[in-house]
Design a binder for this molecule. Sequence first.
Ligand code: BES
Ligand code: MN
Ligand code: MN
Length: 458
Amino acid sequence: MSLDQVLETIETDLPAAMDRLMQLLRYPSISTDPAYASACTEAAQWLARDLQSLGADAALRPTPGHPMVVGHIPGDGPHVVFYGHYDVQPVDPLDLWDRDPFDPEVQDTPKGRVIRGRGASDDKGQLMTFIEACRAWKAVHGTLPGRISFFFEGEEESGSPSLVPFMKENADELRADVALICDTGMFGDDTPTIVTRLRGLLGEEVVLKAADKDLHSGMYGGPSQNPVRVLARIIAALHDDAGRVTVPGFYDGVPDLPPEIAAQWAALGFDATQFLGDVGLSVPAGEADKTALEQIWSRPTCEVNGITGGYTGAGFKTVLPAEARAKISFRLVGKQDPHAIRDSFRTMVRNMLPDDVQVEFHPHGASPASQMETDHPLFEAARHALSDEWPNPAAYVGCGGSIPIAGYFKDILDTDAMLIGFGKDDDQIHSPNEKYDVESFRKGIRSWARILDQLSKM
Ligand code: BES
Ligand code: MN
Ligand code: MN
């Protein structure tokens, strides 16, 4: 009965909830770019005020980088810590956006109404689903069904550099019976989804330098080293012909896929042709002996995220560049050790350098893969709650992306994490024209309300 009242409140309050999300989306909280540091702080302040309006003792908590936002609401029942991130990815290439990424708008599309703007799906829209569910619950009941802690980070999109020390220093405050994370997507439109494994991530920027200035490629080409060519050779050597990564020791700690997980995934009916077809591709390009789903969910990868060097402007310039750069990332699984892989990668690169070429490395995050314990009683309760809201029963799936905190909850706080999100594959996260379906937002809020209801009975 009272759950119905909460769901009704959610429907009535939806326009106001959308308006609150729009306010949050207006802050250009791009964490990787120092030019947006004050926007990050302002987004954090907005969140703290929003939590205060719910009765939380929320405050900004400084870190060497962008602030965390932490707030608690007392309540009878289990202690739940909810995590989300208020930072967003850079917006480039800006000319591919149909509108200002930070002037969000609700748009009608052939596939339904969407909220368009950077962060709409990753992760502002998603984190607001939980806050709004708590707001509706509190409006009906006056309290929450447990002690709820909110924990928002502003550096997730930059590899979470302040997270581990912060969690260690505030362990007693953040440790809970369960952690909830809303930063993942759904497996199809109708299937509510609990992510049970995430890949880890290691980022390395490689800078190669040769001559002490750019040179005329006719005057110097031949006897002079060209760092772009050296970099291309190194990058080409990172994979063998079967698509395996060649960094020595890279596969140490990569487990075989247990047959029961393989069977569970096979039953999901993932259509690789469709998945690739949706983005204009057709043939899986990863490890030759692995399925596309395995390549995303259970296998490690090495990708080049960007290369620069030499003349890239309009027209043509016969230059021999002094410098070349590449941003390279590794997705990790199982027990792969990001630090060992970083060392091995650097050694491999150094061993490939000819005379006159120097290398600099800039580290960008190093987080191991994580796997959730699904025998926590709340998992069954959450599956039940989700299946009540959506057409299909809830599925357990893997996720190719990375959310560093998921593993830290277990390792640092001994708190099991449950990842439930309502994003869609076509949300264009990290891309131009990011959106979040209004239905994802609405049913996301309703889903959390149902999960809170399950909590109230535990
Ligand atoms: N929310 C994503 C993770 C994700 C991606 C979940 C795709 C579900 C589907 C998260 O914000 C993210 O983008 N993580 C980064 C980590 C990084 C920038 C340190 C990632 O996976 O690249
Ligand atoms: Mn995210
Ligand atoms: Mn992201």
